[in-house]
Design a protein around this ligand. Structure first.
Ligand SMILES: Nc1ncnc2c1ncn2[C@@H]1O[C@H](COP(=O)(O)OP(=O)(O)O)[C@@H](O)[C@H]1O
Ligand SMILES: [Mg+2]
Length: 462
């Protein structure tokens, strides 16, 4: 039986940073096992770097038990009708998606659904500070990993990572680049790709301009956002092969600074699909924002929850129904303690057409009074997912055990800042007049903006 294996490294690519092995074998033609097994040294080291908050437990004993549980859902892949045999969620979430993945598959000459091979192709440039590199295991080691009494185990060779194999998730066309002599170029041997270049998209005019504006508006409303700027497409000196409609000297792309590549070394990070052990294909439906808030409350207290609420309200004001689990991240600057990095991928889609609803439910579907969850199609937010209202906020805070008043005050502050600052910012931006008027109309129609303005005019009249 053939076994494929990748050694997994965290915090560096040398032997001292090896934490375990991800291996895959086909037991029968229809059953594939893909499992992560931690190295003994990593599993028993209480001071070891943190791979994921999903794997953080109370004490070293519980930690060892967790790593030793080879049946754990967190350590194993599964079958999906849509995408075939998936890697364990933690690793599946490291893979490139959409057109970006197709491009890697083409370069690697493999099936885009061969997730193991795609991970191997991008093994030197995965999100965060993880590496996945080919490893040759001897027979004894193989026998330790695979206990099903297989006498003819054989390693099948996995090729080295591609030089150009960078992994970024998300479906919008993008490339990972670095700035060199004023031009945006592909990663060099020494320079990390510390910028995500998000390119224009056919059918969504001026998307880079709109995303840039949306991030700025979110920032003005009090959200902590990633640093991003618009740059002329003419300065982008990389082969990407994406179809971009007609471009001219005025065409821009969005250059987003990566928070996992902003130091001299890499910074480990993960997204909330990883934090909650959810596979990418379930990013719109396996959890509610309340679950995200419970994690943020445990890690950062009220401040973390307040930031989530700001982002949620800004999404409503902009008509962004796309803050799924992969669009919220955590990072670990010292390798142990999490930090909530700036928000990314905020787009005011209401500039194109009316958009309501959220990517996820605000409250868990089993909360009393909450309607059963509507089935969400991947990539399409369910309009039935309700907006933030006083009643929803009350239930949300009750579940979290947080006082409601300070959270309501957080929301009021967002509205007050948006009402004062947004109109001029929208007017001064580079999106079309029609987009400006759609975005403004959407923002003004929000119930909280309307009550704020009614109150303000009552005060002015008095
Ligand atoms: N500033 C950032 N720093 C680090 N990683 C980021 C940053 N912005 C986005 N990412 C990562 O890249 C992925 C794709 O970026 P995103 O802006 O969400 O693109 P898309 O619009 O295609 O979803 C995200 O899911 C996240 O993992
Ligand atoms: Mg995204």
């Amino acid at each position: 039986m053939n076994v494929k294996a990748l050694a997994i490294f965290l915090g560096g690519m040398d032997a001292a940073h090896r934490i375990g092995v991800l291996f895959q074998y086909h037991l029968a033609h229809d059953a594939v096992t893909t499992r992560f097994v931690a190295d003994e040294g990593f599993a028993t080291n209480p001071a070891g770097l943190l791979l994921s908050s999903s794997l953080r437990v109370a004490n070293p004993e519980a930690q060892r038990t967790l790593w030793a549980d080879i049946t754990s859902r967190l350590l194993n892949g599964r079958f999906s009708n849509r995408n075939g045999w998936l890697l364990p969620a933690l690793f599946q979430n490291l893979l490139p998606e959409g057109v970006f993945r197709d491009r890697i598959a083409e370069l690697r000459a493999c099936d885009p659904k061969d997730h193991f091979e795609i991970l191997a192709a991008c093994g030197k440039d995965l999100p965060g500070f993880v590496y996945a590199l080919p490893v040759d295991l001897d027979r004894d080691t193989l026998n330790r990993y695979i206990t099903q009494n297989q006498d003819a185990l054989e390693m099948s060779v996995t090729a080295e990572p591609l030089e150009e194999g960078v992994s970024l998730s998300g479906v919008q066309p993008k490339v990972a680049v670095t700035l060199k002599d004023g031009r945006y170029v592909a990663r060099t041997k020494t320079g990390e790709a510390h910028i995500i270049a998000k390119l224009p998209v056919v059918g969504q005019p001026q998307l880079p301009e709109l995303e840039h504006l949306s991030l700025q508006l979110a920032g003005a409303a009090g959200v902590n956002v990633c640093e991003a700027r618009l740059a002329p497409l003419a300065l982008l000196a990389v082969e990407h092969g994406y179809d971009m409609d007609e471009t001219d000297a005025q065409t821009l792309f969005l250059a987003v600074n990566r928070y996992d590549r902003d130091g001299p070394g890499r910074v480990h990070c993960e997204d909330f699909a990883q934090v909650l052990g959810v596979w990418p294909e379930d990013k719109y439906r396996e959890a509610s924002y309340t679950q995200v808030a419970l994690v943020l409350n445990a890690l950062f207290g009220e401040k973390g929850v307040a930031e989530l609420l700001r982002r949620l309200l800004v999404n409503e004001l902009l008509g962004n129904p796309d803050m799924h689990l992969k669009n919220i991240g955590l990072r670990y600057p010292d390798g142990h303690h999490p930090e909530l990095p700036g928000a990314y991928d905020i787009v005011g889609y209401s500039a194109y057409a009316k958009r309501v609803g959220h990517a996820l439910h605000l409250l868990p579907p089993d909360t009393p009074g909450v309607k059963p969850k509507l089935k969400a199609e991947p990539g399409i937010a369910t309009p039935g997912k309700p907006q933030l209202s006083p009643a929803v906020l009350r239930q949300f805070c009750a579940i979290l055990g947080l006082p409601e008043k300070p959270m309501a005050a957080v929301l009021r502050k967002v509205i007050a800042a948006a009402v004062v600052k947004w109109p001029d910012m929208i007017a001064a931006s580079g999106i079309t007049d029609q987009m400006k008027s759609n975005l403004s109309a959407h923002f003004r129609s929000h119930q909280m903006v309307q009550s704020f303005e009614k109150r303000a005019s009552r005060v002015a009249a008095a």
